[in-house]
Design a binder for this molecule. Sequence first.
Ligand code: ZN
Length: 314
Amino acid sequence: MSTNHLHDNLGPGLLEEVAPDVFSYVQPDGTWFINNTGFIVGRSGVASIDTTSTERRNRAYIDAIASVTSQPVTLLVNTHHHADHTHGNYLFPEATIISHTSCREVMLATGIPDYRAAFPTVEWGDLEFRAPDITFEGATSIHLDDLTIDLFDLGFVAHTDGDVLAWLPDRGVLFTGDLIFHGGTPFALFGSVQGTLDALDVIENQGADVIVPGHGPAFAGSQIKEVLNSQRAYLQFVQEAAKEGVSAGRTPVEQASRTELGEFQNLTDSERLAGNLHVAYREISEADYEWVGFETAISDMIVFNGGKLPHCLA
Ligand SMILES: [Zn+2]
């Protein structure tokens, strides 16, 4: 059965003004390819942080922006290369798109990826490829009239090679991209488990009032420490499981099947454990582990998931 779940099962994206003129657009339920975006409204234009996955979801996001302002999106930041954050680039023809140098390189190398093997039910729509226009490494700022949006990388691989955070110093709002999956399983398959852990320290030190993660609800105030610590706990749990697997001579998927998820079983997309373990193995220097490539790691997630494809409602 071919079903588009956008408004049927999950409800529309939730638009919230998290600070004056700064909006988060949080798409329930935050699972595979159902990411968050956000935008900042200036006098002469709008800056968007990321786009989303399917054509239909992108058009719903554009409608959400239009419900707030008639200004066009003139600046668009890609926090990283993943399809759910970049597929909509082409639907913002008036925008100058900014990303990390590595993000653009990966996008150019992969184009619009074919996800049919692991995600056969998604109706992507009529997607067109559009790469970022401006790239940077380190830090830069973009200016929307009087409002400054500071963009910075981490200087190391975390969720991907080329993660960018967007920080609004005058508003105390930080957009982290997929360095955080609030309520979901962190996913380091395209990056680094240790790097994702280290990124959480950078995020904490930013001292934000409000954080808009790449997936799951935005959070603020005293919740910040709680969310960051729960993400840390999962990533450390993956590292411990990897150490155990390496010393027992098990493959990552064997180790995954022997690992009790315990407190982490309620995080969405828990099959990511098998993919994350491949990366954690790679990061143990004494492990006799050879990187198997993304396809095999994704197949292992399906094996660990009892042969079921990932649960995807995008
Ligand atoms: Zn991602």
